[in-house]
Ligand binder design. Structure first.
Ligand code: AMP
Ligand code: ZN
Length: 427
């Protein structure tokens, strides 16, 4: 059995962000230093980090408030805000670190995946920077950076299972090395954060006194605390799909139809806060959480059946904005406890997009000498690269769709197969 029995919450508190002390500063200044830059979506982030993972300086500008008002990210607005802020954010991170441009060993920047217009700003800025200061450039894969952030906070050895759930992504992968990921499943339509943001908008939660300044996902979590999830029953997505992929669009459609029905029953216009808003939030959160948990459970069973995880301390790392949700963490904790995995969720600050995680990925690459380019090389951004690229890296696993259907317990998979005996279907 596994020694780790702490709750997800305790697990989070086990992380200790490394804080810079003066003597540590002098010691660390002798190690190599990386400037990390993130602009893939709606956060402009920069951080300077030393080779041990010590954060010397960081700065972050979030566009979330602006996008909350317009009801979603408008790429040209995101681009303009990145352009307006990137110089200041990088300068702030550098100033806070006390590091000069000449002391940097490399610049690491997100080049994929993300919004094209947003990625372009970070990449243009970085390429100008490395040319001017003649520094090596490390192009960063945003998802890999999310997956590896946990290693900055505590030693987590490869291989480990990683679940990334946010406003733009939803995927399960086996991290086997800093540039070696086996994609087990991904969303076929939208990401869970996006779903909750859209449900929150449809419910006009921005008008709710508790929710006017927070993201849709946070609003759903807060309102769900006072709701009864059993008042609305949403059919779990993808019951008949024996794989680790996700789908949230159908669920959102069910929620939207229930909202419409309630509006008709209460005789109110769209845009009015419904009396049952807490119950809808609770039922939505539960449906999202159980879908994520079922697919994660299946991925764990697949990895175990294929002997892909170490027998000592097998770990599930959960990251992305949605990973801040305590209800989802609790359900995932049940899954990891019953399967003997160790659950690690970085603190919320490191789950969402930031420059620190990019700097850390740069450090990991610098240490292993992987993917380091000269300042004279041409680099392009790739808005939608990650799924095909991760698949290309697989070794001999066709299309990578594990189907541990029976064991994962989807309703539709409980039927007996034609042979009359239950079996674990792996492919
Ligand atoms: P990211 O895409 O990683 O920047 O994270 C932002 C996404 O996470 C948005 O879609 C938010 O609605 C979602 N999110 C943030 N906090 C929570 C939470 N507590 N519960 C659910 N979703 C959340
Ligand atoms: Zn992200």
């Amino acid at each position: 059995m596994f020694a780790f029995k702490a709750s997800a919450q305790q697990g989070t508190h086990m992380f200790r962000a490394k804080i810079l002390s003066k003597c540590a500063f002098r010691r660390k200044m002798s190690s190599r230093l990386v400037l990390g830059i993130e602009t893939s979506c709606d956060e402009t982030g920069a951080a300077v980090m030393d080779e041990t993972g010590l954060i010397l300086g960081e700065s972050l500008h979030s566009q979330k408030e602006v996008h909350l008002k317009t009801g979603g990210i408008i790429p040209t607005v995101a681009q303009r805000l990145h352009r307006e802020n990137i110089g200041r954010i990088v300068q702030e991170a550098m100033e806070r670190s006390g590091v000069t441009q000449s002391q940097l060993s490399a610049v690491a920047t997100t080049v994929k995946p993300g919004l094209a217009l947003s990625l372009g700003i970070g990449l243009d800025f970085s390429l100008n920077f490395v040319k001017l200061h003649q520094k090596p450039f490390i192009p960063i894969h945003h998802m890999e950076a999310h997956a590896l952030t946990v290693r900055m906070l505590q030693p987590v050895v490869f291989p480990f299972l990683v679940l990334l759930v946010s406003g733009g992504h939803s995927l399960l992968a086996l991290a086997r090395g800093i540039d070696d990921f086996l994609l087990l499943g991904q969303t076929l339509d939208e990401a869970p954060g996006d779903t909750m943001d859209k449900v929150a908008r449809r419910l006009s939660l921005i008008k709710h006194p508790k929710c006017s300044m927070i993201s849709g996902g946070q609003a759903i979590e807060i309102l769900a605390r006072d709701g009864n999830r059993l008042k609305f029953l949403f059919k779990p997505p993808m019951g008949a799909h024996y794989d680790c992929n996700f789908s949230f669009a159908g669920l959102r459609n069910q929620v939207t139809m229930s909202i419409q029905k309630k509006e008709e029953e209460e005789g109110v216009e769209q845009g009015t806060l419904l009396s049952c808003v807490n119950d809808i939030a609770a039922a939505t959160q539960h449906a999202v959480a159980s879908h994520i948990a079922k697919r994660t459970h299946r991925a764990i069973l697949f990895c175990k059946a294929k002997d892909l995880l170490p027998s000592c301390n097998p770990t599930l790392v959960v990251s992305g904005g949605v990973a801040s949700n305590q209800y989802i963490r609790k359900i995932l904790k049940i899954v990891t406890d019953t399967t003997g995995l160790h659950l690690l969720c970085p603190p919320s600050k490191f789950c969402t997009d930031n420059g620190v995680m990019i700097a850390w990925n740069g450090v990991e690459r610098l240490r292993e000498g992987k993917g380091i380019l000269s300042h004279t090389e041409e680099v392009n951004y790739e808005p939608k690269c990650w799924d095909s690229q991760w698949r290309d890296r697989q070794t001999g696993i066709p299309d990578c769709m594990p189907s541990c259907a029976l064991a994962a317990g989807d309703e539709s998979s409980r039927r007996k197969p034609s042979g009359g005996r239950r079996r674990l279907v792996l492919w």
